[in-house]
Each structure stands twice: as C-alpha cells, then as structure tokens.
Design a protein. Structure first.
Length: 345
C-alpha cells in the first residue's frame, strides 16, 4: 500500500484512492468478522446445549471438519487467483509448500495452537453460560496486546493502553450477571472450573498464535490463501490425531460424523469461514483491532438475544458498558490515525 512521503503539499486523486481503498477493506472485513463471531458464539452454544435423541456430535470431529472445509475453500481461491489454470495452481502450491519446507514448517506452531484453542472453545461453551464465557474470553485482547509489543515490537501509545482498559471495563459491565439464572444454578462448581480454565488457556494461546501468524503474514509476499492452506494442513493433522487419541474408540464404533445435524454443519461452516476472515483482518488490520471487533460482537449478540430471543433484560450497567466499548474503539482508532499520519518514508 503506497504511503505518502510528505514531500508534496498536494496528493493526487490516485494516491488518495489507493490510500482509502485498504481502509475501506479493513473496516469491511472487521464488520464481517463481527457478524461471523456473533453467529458462531450463538450457534455453538446452542448446539452444545441442544437436547437430542441421539448422541451429541464430537467437538474434535467438528474441528477437523472445519479444517477440511477451510483447505478446500482456500484451494478454490488460489485456483481463482491463477485465472482458473489448474497447472499454474499446482506449480504454485508445489513451489510454495513442497519446495520451501522451512517456510512451511513455520506454520506448524500456530496450527498446533489454533487446533488446541478450537477444541478448548467447545469445552468452554459446554461448561459455561454464555455471559461468563464471553467476558472471560475477552482477556485474549490483553494477551494479544502484550504479545504484539514483545514479538512485533509494536509500540502502543497512552491512548491505546487506556482504550484497552476501557474496553475490558466496558465488556465486563455489559456481560456482568445481575441475577442467577436457572442455567447457572444447574452448572456445578466443577464444570465451571473446567470451563474457566479452558477459556484462560484459549486466551493465552489465541494471543500468541494470532501475533505469530501476523508476523509471518506481514514478512512475506506469499498469498494469504496459500498460507492458510499450509496452516490448514498442519491443523488437520493435529486435529485428526487429537480426535483419534481422545475419541478414537467412539469414531471407530459410530463414525466421525455421528450426531451431526443442520446446526452442527452451520457451526462447522462458520468456524471455517471465521478462520479465513481473521486471516484477511490480520493482513489488512491487526490482532488488537480484531479484538475490538469481537468485543462489539458481544454487544450485538446481546441485542440479538433481547430483541429476537427475548431472554435478556438490559440494565443500566449494560448501557454504560456499551458506551465504554464504543468510546474505546474510537480512542484506539484516533491514536492509530495520529501515529500513521506522522510516518514518513
């Protein structure tokens, strides 16, 4: 993306257009991410609590299915990028994946962590109510910021640190439980502990893997879809091995797709698409801004519950938290804009 050197008092329309296009793409990808995250949380929670006659689907199987779908989708996108030339696509994949083993092996680290994280989210949503899960999972914003500073050398200004604090406070207020619900009474202390530990480990792994993947993406000119094929291949291997280790006997007896329903496939598709959306967001924005989009999705999902599901009554704390989240988003954007305008090449 061209950056103005500041040597001229006037910028041509072409330069302005070039500068504005990635900005629109960035915020468009963030908006789609909000929609995807909201849908995924609601459908995943619903699928793990839905009472059916048959056995419940295996979370490890859903993770593997999502990776297969992601690999297929990315391969199709690479095919399109190569002007629907199958030979050109095969040569590109061979050159980038097979002939560059060192570069390919770099993706094994985030792939293993992402696979662990995806399985942990199923564990968390099976043992925690939605409010506790969503609040606790926002700790990944803080871990992402810390890893961004330590691994990428990113410098956060005072306003950005303040915006992170405001965001955490706002999300906490939005999801702060007011009264014990029937669902919370049913949950045992043991299951809540398992769920909280799963979320905490997922937060740490999400922060590290996200920043690690961001570092790889921004250091290479390779197609983001090729990178995701590499990532998906490792994730599929790790996910399949994990499924056979923990659920191997059940898979051999009843098959990998036991308990699958329409809602299960929706969760799988949303999880697969979510990985691709996150990759685009990382390419055009960064992990911390992605965290803000996820936090906004919490508010959207809460509003969805109130207006359509009628299972949520907003309080004064909800409105105060919403104001803090919106203020934090604008504060972070203001700091980033001020910093970028000062850069000269």
């Amino acid at each position: 993306v061209p950056i103005s050197s500041g040597n001229s008092d006037k910028e041509s329309p072409t330069m302005v257009l070039a500068a504005s296009h990635p900005s629109r793409l960035k915020y468009l990808s963030l908006g789609v991410l909000v929609l995807q995250t909201t849908s995924l949380v609601l459908t995943m929670r619903y699928s793990r609590t839905l009472k059916e006659d048959g056995p419940r689907y295996l979370a490890s199987s859903a993770v593997v299915s999502a990776e297969i779908l992601k690999i297929f989708t990315c391969t199709l996108l690479v095919f399109v990028e190569n002007n629907y030339n199958l030979r050109a696509m095969n040569l590109l994949l061979k050159d980038e994946i097979v002939n560059k083993p060192v570069e390919t092996m770099k993706l094994a680290v985030p792939a293993g962590i992402y696979t662990l994280q995806n399985n942990l989210l199923y564990v968390a949503l099976s043992n925690l109510d939605a409010a506790t899960y969503q609040v606790t999972y926002q700790l990944k914003i803080l871990t992402t910021a810390l890893f961004s500073v330590s691994m990428l050398g990113k410098k956060l200004g005072l306003y950005q640190w303040l915006s992170l604090l405001l965001l955490m406070a706002g999300v906490t207020l939005v999801q702060w439980p007011t009264e014990s619900t029937e669902e919370q009474k049913v949950l045992t202390v043991g299951s809540q502990f398992v769920g909280v530990v799963a979320v905490l480990i997922a937060c740490i792994s999400s922060g590290f893997a996200g920043v690690y993947f961001e570092k790889i993406l921004k250091e290479t000119k390779q197609s983001v879809w090729v990178r995701n094929i590499q990532l998906g291949l490792f994730s599929f291997v790790f996910g399949f091995l994990g499924m056979m280790v923990y659920d191997g006997q059940i898979v051999r007896e009843s098959g990998m797709f036991q308990g699958y329903s329409a809602i299960t496939w929706i969760v799988v598709v949303l999880q697969a698409v979510g990985g691709l959306i996150i990759a685009v967001v990382i390419k055009y924005a960064d992990n911390i801004l992605k965290g803000f989009a996820t936090s906004v999705s919490i508010i959207v999902s809460t509003l969805f519950s109130y207006f359509l599901l009628n299972d949520f009554n907003p309080t004064g704390l909800f409105f105060l938290g919403a104001v803090l989240v919106i203020a934090a988003t604008f504060l972070y954007s203001y700091e980033g804009k001020a910093a970028s305008s000062a850069v000269k090449v």
